[in-house]
Design a protein around this ligand. Sequence first.
Ligand SMILES: Cc1ncc(COP(=O)(O)O)c(C=O)c1O
Length: 394
Amino acid sequence: MIEYFLQKPPGGALPAFITGAGIEAVRRFHRSVPGYEPTPLISLESLAKDLGVAKVLVKDESRRFGLNAFKGLGGIYAVAAAAARRAGLDAEVSLPDLLAPRVRDRIAGMTFVTATDGNHGRGVAWAARMIGCNAAVYMPKGASRFRFDAIREFGAAVEILDMNYDDAVRYAYEKAEENGWTPVQDTAWEGYEDIPNAITLGYMTMADEAFSQIAEQGLPQATHVFLQAGVGSMAGGVLGYMVSRFGEGHPKAVIMEAAAAACIYESMLKGDGKPHAVKGGLDTIMAGLACGEANAVTFGILRDHASAFLSCDDETARMGMRLLAWPKGKDAAVVSGESGAVGAGAIELIMKEKNYEELRTGLGLGEDSTVLIFSTEGDTDPESYQKIIKEEKS
Ligand SMILES: Cc1ncc(COP(=O)(O)O)c(C=O)c1O
């Protein structure tokens, strides 16, 4: 089930850190990272036919840097920027610049600290290890053991706390202040913006790859882009990229959240233009989306430029996981975890269920539409993934 808020985006200026030159710099940086290659963009022709749209395109982020999720794109860019600052280097560094012996000595004692539901922490731990630094990672109550182990694999000190995600963010920040560590949080608040903005820029590589692949593969331009949001840094980054690159004619953006943590959707309903928090246990299978407080910077991008905001129940994600795992016709299978698959579930519901006619019409979704979704993670909790894809629809 989905609840929704539709709007004609009012438009507005993008935050100053989003520039064409900034996006180019991120692209150059990522190309310098060992193991970097674009993730696949897959066209699911049979699914598109079944749903009554022209194309369904899926960007498969399970293949990103061997990390099983997109988040390392932001983690490595922000960690490198902070390390460059510490070493007194130009902001625009390449990964090999940071590995030069004299620079390595200057940054070797750095510890990067973050709070995470899993994927971001894994990205930060991987990035810290790559440049010879340390990482400390805090996870909220109920965090998956698999995701905990996946972070430890990169040598980080990891702890699961007895608090929700938003409190874990505050805890990690306090630890940073106490110990002189560098916080690498993927959400911005007043006075803490440079690192989250670097993370948001980092995610633009994923968007840039997708739109380049659409052109290279001779596919029709995307008309609708479905973006899932926890704090909203990824959605804000991709939408910011689209507005910067395509101007007013950018594809329509649909923002999806987990119903238990739908802080952006709830803020849009309130309608005062400000982000409002959702409190409580934030209990959802979409662990990556279990964030009750939006990134204050990217919230403005979503508010000004997105066409719809969806609050999705867990069944929407389960349905999406199964749709991508057991494809129709000759479509390729995509391994997509709970937070990755909600877009597939949402488009299935919107196109097939009568209740969503207003949303379908409001968004102009139909036979001429090319829908782009980002499967932002693979089976980051393999036990839960297997269980869900084998379940019958409840
Ligand atoms: C797999 C996955 N998808 C989407 C998101 C949402 O990203 P953001 O918190 O930037 O909104 C996350 C966040 O952790 C995630 O892990």
